[in-house]
Design a protein around this ligand. Sequence first.
Ligand SMILES: [Zn+2]
Length: 146
Amino acid sequence: MRGSYRRRLVQGPPRINQFKPSGIPARALQSIVLTIDEYEGIRLADYQGLDHSDAAEQMGISRPTFSRLIEKARNKVAQALIEGMTLTIAGGNFDFVQNLYRCEDCGDTSPQPLGKELAECPECGSGNIIDLGRRHQHRGRGKNKI
Ligand SMILES: [Zn+2]
């Protein structure tokens, strides 16, 4: 058991794991890490426009916890934008609800149930597909194992 600290439910892995300011060499850039659960907070509150209590419910956490999470997440994104930092989305305390595959040929993304592998792109039939949840796998341990 890992104690009472509950994992936050995240609908699926992010499509992109890193954003980098253009025209600046990587060595001259500072970076900031947005955790997967913070990313989900931004997705729910700012992308989908849910209020804090609905977003909290989707993530399986309390509303005050969500409010702290989203405040921290927005702060990190603002810092990256204003200061021109590389933003990496990784880590955190979460369980994916479902997985996501991206086709490298047509760019289509397909949600998949956890633990179910996708062999080819449903859109174009290509076998050149990437398991977007796999790279976060080491963090996805728990009841929803990928
Ligand atoms: Zn495809």
